[in-house]
Design a protein around this ligand. Structure first.
Ligand code: 13P
Ligand code: SF4
Length: 315
């Protein structure tokens, strides 16, 4: 579909660069963004690194090439800044699985628990939580909770199960999952391993246990990127969203990266449909129109900030 606001003759890259200068903007992108967007970004990172960058940036405008909860986190950390998201509909199945009213009820039904909540949730759910975490700091945060304290972990049950095993802590798990990471096929990964016996399987902890069992290494997107750079293997089966492969190929071009395939009945790739809503055209238009932007009521922002600040202190 052709966007009426878009002049088809312009050089999008050049125009985005000009707008960036004019607005004193910074473009932050998640690894799951399409390659062209990653190449335009000032900083590419995982959820934790992006939150840290958003907190520290001296720019006046933050253009967030990621999904809604990430841009919302940037706004919570920077109330005075303009935070733009190329497509306001770029959501997340984990955030959707955990509506604030149901989460509030769940907490009330289990008093005396510390609520550690994965950053993939809405500002309302953050405001109802004690500590936020990401896949790169969750283990470290859980280890700092006193042994006698009960924990509620939300909303990703797969990450929660993985952390239970890693830390030995029993946790009450919310029943949510990521539509991308739950679709990998165990059978196809086994077939790939047989055909590529030297390849190492590396997986994001949002994957189901059946996949994680085959992994040589499990970690957040940044940790997976670091692993392929440091490990001696020269081929890897990648069980996470394939957007990360762009940075792997840039960092270690001679190595081979095989995207783990999904189940038969899902689409032929594991692209996150939310992340991939952002395009270069929408990136340009949001900077040109200063919209869509993230807006938030101040009292909600203040409540959501507390557990994010606790995360940053503890990680
Ligand atoms: P990380 O960026 O923390 O690895 O999380 C992956 C993810 O699914 C983001 O939505
Ligand atoms: Fe959400 Fe999964 Fe997409 Fe990440 S990959 S934004 S967790 S749906």
């Amino acid at each position: 579909m052709v966007n009426q606001d878009l002049d088809l003759n312009i050089d999008l890259e050049e125009e985005i660069k000009k707008l960036k200068k004019k607005l004193n903007a910074v473009i932050l992108a998640h690894y799951y963004q399409e390659s062209e967007i990653q190449d335009m970004a000032d900083f590419i990172g995982d959820s934790l690194e992006l939150a840290r960058r958003a907190k520290e940036t001296p720019a006046d405008v933050i253009v967030f090439a990621g999904v809604h909860f990430m841009a919302e986190t940037a706004k919570i950390l920077n109330p005075e800044k303009l935070v733009l998201l190329p497509d306001l509909e770029a959501g997340c199945s984990l955030a959707e699985s955990c509506p604030a009213d149901k989460f509030k009820k769940f907490r009330e039904e289990h008093p005396g628990h510390v609520a550690i909540t994965y950053i993939n949730c809405t500002a309302e759910v953050k405001a109802l939580s004690d500590i936020i975490c990401t896949s790169s700091n969750a283990e470290k945060i859980i280890m700092q909770i006193p042994e006698d304290k009960k924990i509620i972990f939300s909303p990703d049950k797969n990450l929660g199960r993985y952390l239970q095993k890693k830390t030995g802590r029993e946790m009450l798990l919310w029943d949510g999952s990521c539509i991308v990471h739950e679709t990998f096929s165990e059978k196809k990964i086994i077939d790939l391993k047989i055909r590529n016996p030297k390849a190492k399987v590396i997986a994001h902890p949002e994957c189901e246990d059946a996949i994680l069992r085959h992994a040589d290494y499990i970690g957040s997107t940044s940790k997976l990127l670091k692993y392929v750079q440091e490990d001696e293997a020269d081929s890897f089966i990648i069980a996470t969203e394939p957007g990360i492969i762009h940075q792997m190929e840039k960092a270690m071009p001679k190595k081979k990266y095989i995207p783990a395939p999904p189940e038969e009945n899902s689409c032929s790739c594991n692209n996150c449909p939310h992340m991939k809503r952002n395009t270069m055209e929408k990136l340009y238009l949001c900077m040109k129109n200063l919209s869509p932007r993230i807006e938030m009521e101040e009292s909600l922002r203040m409540r959501a900030l507390k557990p994010i600040d606790r995360m940053l202190e503890m990680s």
